[in-house]
Structures are given as C-alpha cells and as structure tokens.
Design a protein around this ligand. Structure first.
Ligand SMILES: [Zn+2]
Length: 223
C-alpha cells in the first residue's frame, strides 16, 4: 500500500491537467480565446487600458485588414511618433463615439509599433461602420526621409502574418477606400476616402494596389 499516496498524487495531477485542457478547449470554442499575439519585430506600445481610445474596451474579432497612409509629411512623423500620439491621447476624433482616433499598427521603413490589441476595435476607417467594427488598421508612414518602398514591403509582410494568425483571406485585405464613411452623429456621408493615396492609381484601385496584394500573397505563401 505504500504506492497509494503516489498514485493519488498522480490522479490529482491528471485531473488538474484534464480540467485545464477542457477549460482551454471550451474557451476557444466560445470564441473567448481570440488570438492577440503580437507579430514578430513589432514594438508593443499600447494606448493605456482605460484611457483615451481605450477608455472603453470594445472587443473585436478581426475579419478584415485595412491599409492606410498617414498623409503626415512632417519630418520625424514615423511609427514611433504616431504611437506616442495615440498613447498620449493627442489624436482627437470629434465625430466618433470614443472621442479619439486610433488604429492597431504603424509602419515606417525601419520600425513597427502596435497601439491597440488586435482583439479590440479601433477608429480609423468609417466611424461606426463595418470597417472599424471588423478590421485591424495599419497606417503606413510617409514622413520626409522615410523610404516608401521599404515601408510598403514591411507593411505587406506584417499583413501576411496577421492574415495567417487570424485566418483572414486576401480578399479581406482592403484599402481604407473600401469603406464608406458615414458619420454617426450628424449622419453626413463622406463617401470613400482616397486612402492610401500612394497605392491608388488616379484615386482608384489599379496596378499599384494589385502589386501590393501580390506582395502580401507572396509573403503569406512563404509563412
Ligand atoms: Zn486611411
């Protein structure tokens, strides 16, 4: 009978292990355990929980990825500075319900910053529309001195990683222009913003956007 204490310890361990496996399985079935791992090479520098664009936590299951360009030509307006602006609450959104503009990732030619977890909603596409409620927002920097080709390439690589991580198809990688902007407070229809302007051809989807998608697809295949 001297093995009995050992057996019962083993039984307890097995029971705890089984419970843990069951709990994690149930959580993923219930959609609770939505992935929000950060991509490799990304500096995570989030808006503080409970403040500014995250003063209310609004869960999201990402099914789209929306690509933007900052249209900020100021020197030094790279990924770091856009992350700091979000973090300090200096990007006000007068016409959205949270009161701040926010997005998930900012990319420049040498760095990428993450400002929101990918399982939380941002305010970058279309006020209370489907774009904000369902998509991860990526901003490409265009500050003076920033290498655009490298920025686009790094954005494509990030997009591919996010597609794989969240099971998002290439058809759901869209330019900001995809979403129609209707303001919820005064019901003004602002139409489709020509964004990201440097991946459009005369303001429309064309060869430049297709080349970007081809790059994303190539990186996705290589993962
Ligand atoms: Zn945009």
């Amino acid at each position: 009978m001297k093995f009995e204490p050992l057996d019962s310890t083993r039984m307890k361990f097995a029971r705890v292990l089984l419970l843990a496996i069951a709990a994690s399985f149930m959580a993923s079935c219930a959609g609770v355990a939505v992935s929000h791992r950060s991509p490799p090479g990304v500096t995570v520098d989030l808006v503080p929980r409970g403040m500014y664009a995250r003063r209310v936590i609004r869960p999201m299951r990402p099914t789209y990825i929306t690509i933007h360009a900052t249209e900020n030509r100021s020197r030094g307006a790279g990924a770091y500075s856009h992350a700091q602006m979000q973090k300090r609450g200096s990007l006000k959104g007068r016409h959205n319900s949270i009161g701040y503009v926010s997005w998930h990732f900012t990319v420049d030619d040498h760095s990428t910053y993450q400002s929101l977890p990918t399982n939380e909603r941002g305010e970058h596409a279309d006020y209370d529309g489907h774009g904000n409620r369902s998509s991860i927002g990526i901003e490409m920097c265009e500050n003076r001195g920033n290498d655009r080709a490298r920025t686009i390439d790094r954005t494509a690589r990030l997009t591919a990683w996010l597609m794989k991580e969240h099971g998002i198809p290439l058809s759901h990688v869209v330019p900001h222009m995809h979403w129609r902007m209707i303001r919820h407070d005064d019901h003004r229809d602002l139409g489709h913003k020509k964004c990201p302007h440097f991946l459009l051809d005369r303001g429309q989807l064309g060869p430049k956007w297709n080349a970007f998608l081809a790059k994303v697809a190539a990186y996705h295949r290589a993962l």
